[in-house]
Each structure stands twice: as structure tokens, then as C-alpha cells.
Design a protein around this ligand. Structure first.
Ligand SMILES: NC(=O)c1ccc[n+]([C@@H]2O[C@H](COP(=O)([O-])OP(=O)(O)OC[C@H]3O[C@@H](n4cnc5c(N)ncnc54)[C@H](O)[C@@H]3O)[C@@H](O)[C@H]2O)c1
Ligand SMILES: [Zn+2]
Ligand SMILES: [Zn+2]
Length: 381
């Protein structure tokens, strides 16, 4: 079928919104009409060239839409009942509203069997190489195959995704709000609840109050943390941080570890979330953590980044450093749980959508993200 997609032909250059050809879904694949796609910093990194990537590629990995077709061997709806939670495909049928999952797990490899779906072995072999599990190239433009970023490629009218990447959700919810669940919300809230398992009453610092950071903040608020300190370079994210539950805000150009000591009677924070992930923010995060405290690193910055640790105090103060990808849980279990929290009014999603754009304006959306205008820009159809 003929569609329009935003294609990256050369890293460092703008995306081109143009006509492309999408094949029909194959076995185990689903055709999704995209209704909303959040613009994440993990789209900006490959667009700019921070992460090496083969082109042409269609970016976008935080999407929501409607299932418009299923491949021949897609598991019949309802067959997932009784399957081990999170380890099997989300079964869908035409007309289902879905949130896209950019880490569709195979369900059978050792990490999947351990319940660590985000560490599925298949992700490194196919998804993180921008391929579908079937190996098929379904998208073409200008006579070439076009890779689907993270197998989701939702800066596009329609996508073909593996059935495990389409998570059914109720039909009465806003697509722009739903899209944010597909990356920012799952990553941020999951870092708090799954990676850190932050107990109530904790004192938490969040470095970077963008799409991911605001969701760490609201995750910490939901978990009833006593103190939630947001740190950012820019005023707009810090103002939003307060709306999402931050009790304090600090300008990142200040002496952040000293400010945190002042706020914690000299002790430091129980948990520090580094959602920026630069060598400098990691050093700040480690310095903000108390004795026995933990730093959770979700920010990715450049692919070749190397952080350093002052090893002596790290050991003597028994600090911990935890990497966290995509919420460290089981997306097929966690996305429906987050939907329920949104429906209950506990999780803010509408407030995350601060800017909306037509697909034609995707480059404007990326520029606004680079300028840290705050919260999430969302492409709407
Ligand atoms: N671990 C994962 O699974 C995962 C998932 C999605 C995104 N990411 C990564 O997380 C990072 C953040 O993504 P995002 O979409 O939230 O980006 P974003 O641009 O929305 O937010 C980043 C925020 O950090 C602030 N910031 C930048 N440098 C800072 C500094 N030195 N000190 C304090 N604040 C600073 C910016 O002003 C901005 O508000 C990116 O590197 C992205 O690739 C990781
Ligand atoms: Zn993302
Ligand atoms: Zn697996």
C-alpha cells in the first residue's frame, strides 16, 4: 500500500516526509494505522548522528494506533489467556487500539523465561538492528528497502510490527496520551517501580526533567516518596516537574550535590535517577547519592560515552549503580497496568503532551525537543 513516512536518508540531515510503499503483514505480523507518535530523545540521537545507524530508516518508536490487518499466522484473539504474564505476544485483531512496544520479547529465550522481557536475546539480533523478527523488509521508498527503527518506525501513516509489539488497550482513550506510554512513561515509571523498587518515604533526585524525567518524577510521587528533587538546565522542564510531583527544583548549573546535602540534613539522596546519561551527570548523580544509596541510569546520550567512578568512596559507601532499559519490567504486563493508573486519574498522560504536530512538521518537533521545550511533542494524524 502507498503511505507517507518521515525517512532519514542521511544522519545529521532533516527527515524527508514522502511517499513510501508498505507490504502486507506476513506471518506473526500486524498492520497498524498510526494515530499518534511521541518524539523521544532516542529519535533525536540517530537523527543527529549521536548513534551510528544504517540509513535509510524511518524513526519513531513511541506510537499508538489501530490494527488494520493481521498476518496469516497471528495468534487468534484470546489465545494469550493463561500465557505466562509478559512473556507471550499481545494477541490482537482488526480494529483493536494498540500501544506499540519497541522491545517485543520472544517469550522463549533465557532472559524471557527469567521474566526479564526487556533483556530478550532476540532484541539484540533483530529489533536493535532495526529489523523485524521475520527478517522481511516491508517498507520501501525510492526503489530501496527502508529500515524500521526499533521495529516500530511510527513516524509513518502505517507500520508493520511483530504481533508482540502491539499491546491492546481500551478504545475510549486519547491516542496522544496513549502514545507516551510506549516509551517515556514506561521507561520513567518503570525505572522507579521495577529497577529501583523505591520504597515510600524515600528521598529522590531526578537529573533531567524531560520526557523520561517527568515520568520518573510522577512514578516517585505515585510511590509516595517524601522528597522529589528535579534538576534541569532549563526553566520550562523545572516548572513542569512541579506539576508532576517534584517537591524541589534545582538549576543544574548550581552545585547540585551541595544543594542535595542541604536538603537532606547532609546525608544525600536514597535514589538518584540520571535521565540525561552524560559523563558529567553520572558523576553528579553518584555524588548526590547517600551512603548505601543507588543511582539509576536511564539516559543514553552518545553511543561511545564513558563515565568514570571515584571507586574508593563508591566501595566504602556501598553505593549502587543500576542500568535501566524500557522500565526494566515486562512491557506487555506493565503497559496495561499504566493504562489502568491513567484511567484512575493517578497517572498524568494528557499533561505530558505539551506540543502536537502534523507529520510534515516532524523536523520542527525534533528541533523543539533539542531545545528542551519541556514534556513531550507528539505527531498527530
Ligand atoms: N533507558 C531507556 O530505555 C531509554 C528510553 C527512552 C529514552 N532514553 C534516553 O533518555 C534520555 C532522555 O530522553 P528524553 O526523551 O527524556 O529527553 P528530553 O530531551 O525530553 O529530556 C532531557 C532533559 O534533560 C535536560 N538536560 C540536558 N542536559 C542536562 C544536564 N547536564 N543536567 C540536567 N538536565 C539536563 C534537558 O534540559 C531536558 O529537559 C535520552 O538520552 C534518550 O535517548 C532511554
Ligand atoms: Zn524513546
Ligand atoms: Zn526472548
Amino acid at each position: 500500500m502507498r503511505i507517507r513516512a518521515a525517512i532519514l536518508w542521511e544522519q545529521g540531515q532533516p527527515l524527508c516526509v514522502e511517499a513510501a510503499e508498505l507490504d502486507a503483514p506476513g506471518p506473526g505480523e500486524v498492520l497498524v494505522e498510526i494515530k499518534a507518535a511521541g518524539v523521544c530523545h532516542s529519535d533525536l540521537h540517530p537523527a543527529r548522528g549521536d548513534w551510528a545507524m544504517r540509513v535509510p530508516v524511518v524513526l519513531g518508536h513511541e506510537g499508538a494506533g489501530i490494527v488494520r490487518g493481521v498476518g496469516p499466522a497471528v495468534t487468534p484473539f484470546g489465545a494469550a489467556q493463561g500465557a505466562p504474564s509478559g512473556s507471550r505476544g499481545a494477541r490482537v485483531r482488526e480494529g483493536d487500539h494498540v500501544v506499540l512496544c519497541w522491545a517485543p520479547a520472544c517469550g522463549v529465550c533465557p532472559p524471557c523465561k527469567e521474566g526479564r522481557a526487556v533483556l530478550c536475546d532476540r532484541l539484540e539480533k533483530v529489533t536493535y538492528r532495526n529489523k523485524l523478527p521475520s527478517g522481511a523488509a516491508r517498507l520501501h521508498a525510492r526503489g530501496q528497502d527502508v529500515a524500521p527503527f526499533l521495529g516500530t518506525a511510527c513516524f509513518s501513516d502505517f507500520v508493520i510490527v511483530p504481533e508482540e509489539a502491539a499491546v491492546p488497550v481500551p478504545r475510549d482513550l486519547r491516542f496522544d496520551a496513549l502514545a507516551t506510554l510506549g516509551c517515556a512513561v514506561l521507561t520513567g515509571v518503570g525505572a522507579v517501580t521495577n529497577a529501583a523498587r523505591v520504597p515510600p518515604g524515600s528521598r529522590v533526585v531526578v537529573i533531567g526533567a524531560g520526557g523520561i524525567g517527568l515520568n520518573v518524577i510522577q512514578g516517585a510521587a505515585i510511590e509516595k516518596c517524601d522528597q522529589i528533587v528535579a534538576v534541569d538546565l532549563r526553566p520550562a522542564p523545572l516548572a513542569l516537574a512541579k506539576q508532576f510531583g517534584a517537591t524541589h527544583t534545582i538549576d543544574a548549573s548550581a552545585n547540585v550535590p551541595a544543594a542535595i546535602r542541604d536538603l537532606t540534613a547532609g546525608r544525600g539522596a536514597d535514589f538518584v535517577f540520571d535521565t540525561v546519561g552524560s559523563p558529567a551527570t553520572l558523576a553528579t548523580a553518584l555524588a548526590c547519592a547517600r551512603k548505601g544509596g543507588a543511582v539509576v541510569l536511564t539516559g543514553l546520550s552518545r553511543q561511545d560515552s564513558q563515565g568514570s567512578i571515584a571507586m574508593f568512596p563508591f566501595v566504602m559507601q556501598e553505593k549502587r549503580l543500576i542500568g535501566s532499559v524500557y522500565g526494566s519490567g515486562q512491557p506487555l504486563r506493565d503497559i496495561p497496568r499504566l493504562v489502568a493508573l491513567y484511567q484512575a486519574g493517578t497517572l498524568k498522560l494528557n499533561e505530558l503532551v505539551s506540543r502536537t504536530y502534523a507529520l510534515d512538521k516532524v523536523n520542527t518537533a525534533l528541533t523543539a525537543l533539542a531545545a528542551s521545550d519541556g514534556a513531550r511533542g507528539v505527531i498527530l494524524w
